[in-house]
Design a protein around this ligand. Structure first.
Ligand code: SAH
Ligand code: SF4
Length: 348
C-alpha cells in the first residue's frame, strides 16, 4: 500500500485520516503544528505523540520535504529557489523583500496551459499539476532559511486550473494550527477562469488577484486565449461577486506592453471597467524575454498611465521589476524546463 503524504492533507483531512486509525481527532492538531510550526521532518520528532502511535504512522504515512537544488540571490535581495520534484521536473519560488515584508511567490503547476502570449512559463505548455504537498513544501523550505510574511500564487502555473490542490494548500497556509498566515496575507492570482473563481471563493477565504492586462476583448483575446471562453464582462462580474476577506480589495494586475495596452484611452477604459469593484491596480511593466517580440513601454508612458489612474482616485502601484538579473521577475520563471528537454540555457 502506498504511504499517505500527510502534507497533502488539510487539518480536517488529517483528522479524518487519524480517526480512521481509531485515534482521537485532536491528535491531528498536534501533528499539524509539528509539520508547519515546528517544521518536523519525521514522526520521531513529535515527542508529545505516543511512541506507539508514531511508529504506526511511520508505517502508513510519510512527510515529504523539499531542499532547494539551487538558490540564486539578486543584487536587490530577491532570491529564487529551484526545487527538483520526485519525477525529475522542476519548479521555482521567488522571495521578494520589500519595505519590511518578505513576499514569497509560489508555483502551482509545472508549466502552464493557458498560453498567454507575453509569458515565458506559458510557452512551455503544461507538464503537470503540483500536489498540495508540493505547494506547501515550497513554503516550508523557504521559511526554514528566511522569514516569510506574505504568500502570492504568482509563480509558475494557473492556480485556478489546479483548485483541488490549491484550495487545501490555502487552508494549510491560513490554518491557525498550520502555517498561521492571516487570510489577508495570502493571494491567489488568476488569468480569469470564471467558474473556478466562484469555486475558490466557496472553498477558501483568500485574496484574489486577476490578470486583466487589457481593456477590450479584442486586445485581451490576442494576448490571453482564456478571454475567448470568459470575456471581460463575465470576468468583471465574477470579480464583483468574489467573497473577499473583510476590508479587502481585488488586485487587478495589468502588464503594460508597448503600443498594445498602454494608451490613455486604455487607462480611461480601465477606470470605467473596475469602477464598481473594490480594487487596487498593480501596473507591471512588461519583462522582456527572448523569443517574445513585445516590449515594455517607455517610462513616460507608464508614468502617464499611472498618474491618470491616481487622478481618478484609483489605488495604483507600479511594480518595480525585481530579480531581473536572476530571471526571477514576473513571467520569467521557467523551472529550467528547457534543461529537461536536453538544451542548455547558459545559466549553468
Ligand atoms: N497564472 C496566474 C499567476 C501566475 S502569472 C496569472 O496569470 O495570473 C503572475 C503574473 O505575471 C500575471 O499577472 C501575469 O500577467 C504576469 N506576467 C506574465 N508574464 C509577464 C511578463 N513577461 N512581464 C510582466 N508580467 C508578466
Ligand atoms: Fe499561465 Fe499566468 Fe503565464 Fe498566463 S500569465 S501563461 S495564466 S502563468
Amino acid at each position: 500500500m502506498e504511504k499517505t503524504d500527510v502534507k497533502n492533507l488539510t487539518l480536517e483531512g488529517l483528522e479524518n485520516f487519524i480517526a480512521g486509525l481509531g485515534k482521537e481527532r485532536f491528535r491531528a492538531k498536534q501533528i499539524f503544528k509539528w509539520l508547519y510550526q515546528m517544521d518536523a521532518r519525521s514522526f520521531a520528532e513529535m515527542t508529545n505523540v505516543s511512541k506507539e502511535f508514531r511508529s504506526q504512522l511511520e508505517e502508513i504515512a510519510l512527510i515529504s520535504n523539499f531542499d532547494p537544488e539551487a538558490v540564486e540571490a539578486s543584487e536587490d535581495g530577491t532570491r529564487k529557489y529551484l526545487f527538483r520534484l520526485a519525477d525529475g521536473s522542476a519548479v521555482e519560488s521567488v522571495l521578494i523583500p520589500d519595505e519590511g515584508r518578505n513576499t514569497l511567490c509560489i508555483s502551482s503547476q509545472v508549466g502552464c496551459a493557458m498560453g498567454c502570449a507575453f509569458c515565458l512559463t506559458g510557452t512551455f505548455g503544461l507538464s503537470r499539476n503540483l500536489t498540495t504537498a508540493e505547494i506547501v513544501n515550497q513554503v516550508c523550505a523557504v521559511k526554514r532559511e528566511q522569514p516569510v510574511s506574505n504568500i502570492v500564487f504568482m509563480g509558475m502555473g494557473e492556480p485556478l486550473a489546479n483548485l483541488s490542490a490549491v484550495i487545501p494548500a490555502v487552508k494549510i497556509l491560513t490554518d491557525p494550527d498550520g502555517f498561521q498566515f492571516s487570510t489577508r496575507k495570502v493571494t491567489v492570482s488568476t488569468s480569469g477562469l470564471v467558474p473556478e473563481m466562484a469555486e475558490l471563493g466557496r472553498g477558501a477565504t483568500v485574496n484574489l488577484a486577476v490578470s486583466l492586462n487589457a481593456t477590450t476583448d479584442e486586445v485581451r483575446e490576442k494576448i490571453m486565449p482564456v478571454n475567448r471562453a470568459y470575456p471581460l464582462k463575465d470576468l468583471l462580474a465574477a470579480c464583483k461577486a468574489f467573497p473577499l476577506p473583510s476590508r479587502r480589495w481585488i488586485t487587478i494586475e495589468y502588464v503594460m506592453i508597448r503600443d498594445l495596452n498602454d494608451t490613455l484611452e486604455d487607462a480611461k477604459r480601465l477606470v470605467r471597467l473596475i469602477s464598481n469593484i473594490p480594487s487596487k491596480v498593480n501596473l507591471i511593466p512588461f519583462n522582456e524575454h527572448e523569443g517574445c517580440e513585445f516590449k515594455s513601454p517607455p517610462q513616460e508612458t507608464i508614468d502617464r498611465f499611472h498618474k491618470y489612474l491616481l487622478d481618478k482616485n484609483v489605488t495604483v502601484i507600479t511594480r518595480s521589476s525585481r530579480g531581473g538579473d536572476i530571471s526571477a521577475a514576473c513571467g520569467q520563471l521557467k523551472g529550467r524546463l528547457d534543461q529537461q528537454a536536453g538544451k542548455t540555457d547558459g545559466e549553468e
